[in-house]
Design a protein around this ligand. Sequence first.
Ligand SMILES: [Zn+2]
Length: 302
Amino acid sequence: MTTATLLCPLCGRGVRPARGARQRWQLVACEACGHVMAPHANGEALQQRHFGDAFAGADDGWTRAVDRANARRVLRVLGHALTPGARVLEIGPGHGALLVALAAGGFHVEGLELSPAVALATSQRSRVPVRVGTIERYSRDTGVGYQAVVMRHVLEHMSDPVGAVEALHRLLMPDGVAYVAVPNIGAPESALPGWTGYQPYHLHYFTPARLRALFERAGFRVVSIRTREPFSGWVNAVVNSLRTRRDDGEPGPAGRPGRMVVGAYNVARFAVGTLLAPLRVVQAWSGRGEEIELLARKPERV
Ligand SMILES: [Zn+2]
């Protein structure tokens, strides 16, 4: 598929090459609404290549601690929106930290995952059933059934975000809630080529306003949409950008650094994250934090 034939999924208009850091990643932007996307035709094959059966993901102490902290936060948000014992589906559960937290919180939890090998590993680790399939197919086979669906850092990987949000809507019972997190291309770090949101497998880049529009169009009522500035957002973006410049190549995964380097890096991340705390608060509060968190409800009468 070429840029000339590619249309914006949000408004149906044409796209043109994006500028600045986005140009380095060969992204395109809608000429009408500004939505930024990658011009890849086959999203599912791309995801299988990056997150297929060989994918294990980062699994160091820092990642596990961040996973658990995020799981606790999502559990708090969902706890306010749900009754105990509610049936919850997580799409793309990763290592399963949230599945474990939700099960421990008294919910009936299931996962849905694209890769059979990842589904099996996550299911064994979390002791929560994880099915294999795409959200579109699963929602057509299963239909209405969940009081909540959680989808964290998955929507930006999908070639058809409109179809994905419609599938979420199908999976939810009336009054059910969707919790969705994606990177925010409205964050100031996105001006840097090493921003962690830029990934070869990210196909769509949302702002809070465009994510809201996508959900409202599918029939959701948006309960809250907030942004969050993660602890290491700036450090990671700056370090990746400098590394890119030194290599003078595409930003990408370098060789695995040694234990000492990782240790020193984590100390620096912690120090800078703490120093930048006031900036992070202002950035998140003004809707420019690098992660968007959306909570939306399927109205009781559609
Ligand atoms: Zn558009």
